[in-house]
Design a protein around this ligand. Sequence first.
Ligand code: TXA
Ligand code: MG
Length: 322
Amino acid sequence: MKVGLKTQILPASEAAVTAAARILAGGGLVAFPTETVYGLGADATNGAAVARLYAAKGRPRFNPLIAHVAEARGALALARFSDDARLLAGVFWPGPLTLVLPKAESCPVSDLATAGLDSIAVRVPDHTIARDLLKAFGKPVVAPSANQSGHVSPTLAEHVRADLAGRIDLIVDGGPASVGVESTIVSCLGAPTLLRPGGVPRDVIERVLGHPLVIADAPSDDAPLAPGMLASHYAPKSTLRLNAIDARPGEALLAFGTDAPHAPTTLNLSPSGDLIEAAANLFHHLRTLDAAGAAIAVMPIPDEGLGEAINDRLARAAAPRP
Ligand code: TXA
Ligand code: MG
């Protein structure tokens, strides 16, 4: 990978959107804010741009990418929608839900972006800058989280800079991502199946469908179902100890709720015990404690609502490294 690109950082504005669309059209790489996490965008129809994106992230080639479009209408050209898929798109788009669907015959997205699969992951983000950029560009944009492969996802432009400066062309700074965990991924290739818990809680989706989601079997590292689900995907450098009731000497504490025990280094995901606030703070707090170089003790997080996505990311962050 060629390092040493000059990475421009622009505050979100009309001018930044115009510059970003021009860079995408030229096959370049642009990090931009979405409501979940920052994405690293490339022209989904340009195989060379997609290859550059994989290289910039240091991402294993078999990881397929999510195609982002400005409107649900734009997704119809990419994929075939079942009735359930139509229902979910109608309720949750724009928003933090990704649908995995059969790729349309005439889908213009490069095979490299879908890793040669005959399915495609699609989402309409709920973020003004992201949608303005998608509209200005006028074609689908593939965008994995804008971190180096294996690192935690970025929720601030500064996180993107720390991981990818010198490897991408532009970062559009739109402030903190409001949701803070990645989109929920539901496959609608057959009965709707939860591939990754995320920004839309599972029960909210199930209420709309009127029946439970199928829960995907844990994938093996050889045959990843959603390869972002590799066990140690969201890995800080520090070791994590989950469900901790206190911090041992030398450990920093990632706390949750009102009864946090005392530790010299503590960050609280949500002092009031609010899972939405906790999700928004998760990756930033992990990065901050990771930079402090300590081992991290993590208090238990309730496994309801967004807690399911938070616990999923924490379990991966704590998993042994490959
Ligand atoms: O919130 C998000 O979804 C963010 C923002 C930037 O939109 N994006 C994101 O992308 O999290 P990424 O690449 O980090 O995660 C995409 C996940 C991966 O786990 C990938 O394996 C899965 O989507 N995926 C993509 N296409 C798929 C397909 N056809 N079948 C199954 N899983 C797929
Ligand atoms: Mg990612």
